[in-house]
Design a protein around this ligand. Sequence first.
Ligand SMILES: Cc1cc2nc3c(=O)[nH]c(=O)nc-3n(C[C@H](O)[C@H](O)[C@H](O)COP(=O)(O)OP(=O)(O)OC[C@H]3O[C@@H](n4cnc5c(N)ncnc54)[C@H](O)[C@@H]3O)c2cc1C
Length: 396
Amino acid sequence: MSTTTLQSLQLTDEQQTLVNTVREFADTVVAPAAYEYDTKRELPYDIIAQMGEMGLFGLPFPEQYGGRGKDYFQLCLAVEQLGRVDQSIGVTLEAGVGLGAMPIYRSGSEAQKAEHLPDLASGRHLAGFGLTEAEAGSDAGATQTTARLEGDEWVINGTKQFITNSGTQITKLVTVTAVTGESTRPDGSVKKELTAIIVPNGTPGFVVEPAYDKVGWHTSDTHPLTLTEVRVPAANLLGERGRGFANFIQTLDEGRVAFAALATGAAQGCLEEAMRYAKSRNVFGRPIGSNQHIAFQIARMESRVHMARLAYYDAALKLVNGQPFKKEASLAKMISSEAAMENARMATQIFGGYGFMNANPVARHYRDSKVLELGEGSTEVQLMIIARELGFDTFR
Ligand SMILES: Cc1cc2nc3c(=O)[nH]c(=O)nc-3n(C[C@H](O)[C@H](O)[C@H](O)COP(=O)(O)OP(=O)(O)OC[C@H]3O[C@@H](n4cnc5c(N)ncnc54)[C@H](O)[C@@H]3O)c2cc1C
């Protein structure tokens, strides 16, 4: 490995300052409120507003759109620190930027960027990305929602499910994918033309159904959506007609890197809690961490965090440097989510009975971490992508 590559994995002073600032905010503002909001199953709007004032939602966007002019790596660093103490807050930022605002920044017209990005980059508003449907999850190309062009309007019909940030008090829009046509391939099979369309909140026929009763991520906002004869201007087309599939693949590739940062933060949070408790909890007259078994488990937790962080730094640096990062994003997403789940399991074990109490942060990580192995492409989907990048035909 070249010296240049090694140096690139060291944080700059600016990056380290961001980490320190968000870490302190996470410890002093987010963590103390996490149990209360988790129990209420409410998004803490005051905390989201403070994150907006800190510029976290604008990190990767240019200043001309109300952003901070930083990059996607800095977004990841912020997400990691929030995910360490509260995954729901971490994913609200990750999905708000990575899934909500980023497609508009990457594919939007100048008018769309000017209209939406200042609101999203400031955290005054959130946006969702509606891809998943009952019959289109891992196989996202199987979308059944349709959009037909009538005059200068798109008319959208269908349902979406599990859409993050789609029903908050500050949700401005959801970008939905829809079938806008079909063509026949040379082998006779039908190819769907998928297109992304911006649907503003409050559009008649666009119904945000009641929130899910989830196992974890209680504070994060997740809803099914129903679209019945929803009419939006033709100008709400996001990117080119028929490029919806390519655009959401790009969105998901990028999103997985920030998602990996979130999972790395969760794994780190479990490690920190377990270390603290193993040093302070006395059983049989000595700290439980004096038992080699417990210390070795904590050493394993540290090794998982280390691998997860290296994996997402690598993917993020390739992303911001314009290098191919698809395989690295999937590796990072899979490694980090498994690290979070395993560290959450081990941390609850180390806490004994108290680890089973909801007020304990590791109990929340235990409930929250499972979805890290499912959202933004399950572990199996990451394996499909990695295998395909290695030359195997796995998408069947
Ligand atoms: C809390 C939460 C938030 C979410 N937020 C969003 C959002 O904001 N926007 C959005 O569009 N979606 C969102 N999702 C949806 C999420 O991306 C999907 O749940 C995920 O992609 C899996 O799709 P599915 O649930 O339909 O599972 P399925 O596709 O039905 O898969 C079921 C199981 O089969 C496995 N599987 C499928 N195909 C294969 C195969 N070929 N080989 C081996 N195994 C396979 C899967 O890995 C999985 O374990 C969210 C989900 C949750 C739970």
